[in-house]
Design a protein around this ligand. Sequence first.
Ligand code: ATP
Ligand code: MG
Length: 297
Amino acid sequence: MTSKHLRRLVDRYRIDRGKGFRLRDHDPADIGDGLIDHAESEALLADGVRRLAALQELLYPQDQWAVLCVFQAMDAAGKDGTIKHVMSGINPQGVEVTSFKQPGPEELAHDFLWRINRRLPQRGQIGVFNRSHYEDVLVVRVHPDLLARQHLPPALDGRKIWKHRLEDIAAFERYLSRQGFVVLKFFLHLSRAEQKRRFLARLDTPDKNWKFSAADIAERAHWDDYMNAYQDAIAATAAPHAPWFVVPADHKWFARLVVVEALVAALEDLGLKPPEMPADARARLEEARHRLEAEDG
Ligand code: ATP
Ligand code: MG
């Protein structure tokens, strides 16, 4: 398999319009069309990480575009590992990862996008959200008691709240795109059977025990509610300027390849070039050279 082939696969997982989107048409165990060889995936990933790092070196100095990568998934889908591997080659000064957990009192005293706004990447930077504003239409939708903690005036907490929130998220992301954000959203799509295998592995392997939380089992019981919430969220917010990637995640090596290639493709589309030196700045560099060369010793 080549990176060109991967690029075509990425297009297959890219959802940039909500119409007709059906999550159940997407197979979490997909590994492309059989042309992919697990054995070569490590070399391909390393190549993707190198290309991504080179693009980030162009993103940083031009200081105009910002990249926002949102990661959403059920527990054990591999968000952490994917972020770690995909971002491993990037200059740490150019990337910031934020993990959004259960909101605390200060966060709950604000609108749900407040904490999101505070962690947006600045121009030239890549921001990675490990969970995101989507939690407010996923876990909060699945557990209405979480909504009750959000201090909403009762008049605004009606039946249409999810439709409205999804509209607000779509509008927020459109605003970001008009401000020069490249918004990419990754849903690491894991099957329920593979989650069970991974949970059991966490229980069976002492070194992995720390990754296991009893709460994860409780969430698993709401699987269908979560899938319905993801279906609605993706359908309502997929857009050409803020696409979703429904990444098959039962095979971690494959998910990582898809994510890195999607990022590379999005950055390549920007046509980034090294910043050009204006003539007067170039003249100042020449002057600096003369002064250095004229020094004694
Ligand atoms: P890992 O388990 O791999 O460390 P994680 O992202 O699952 O990563 P946890 O600390 O286990 O991290 O979980 C964070 C929890 O916070 C999740 O259950 C998530 O649903 C919840 N959460 C995130 N945002 C919100 C929100 N806005 N409202 C309520 N719960 C939220
Ligand atoms: Mg967790």
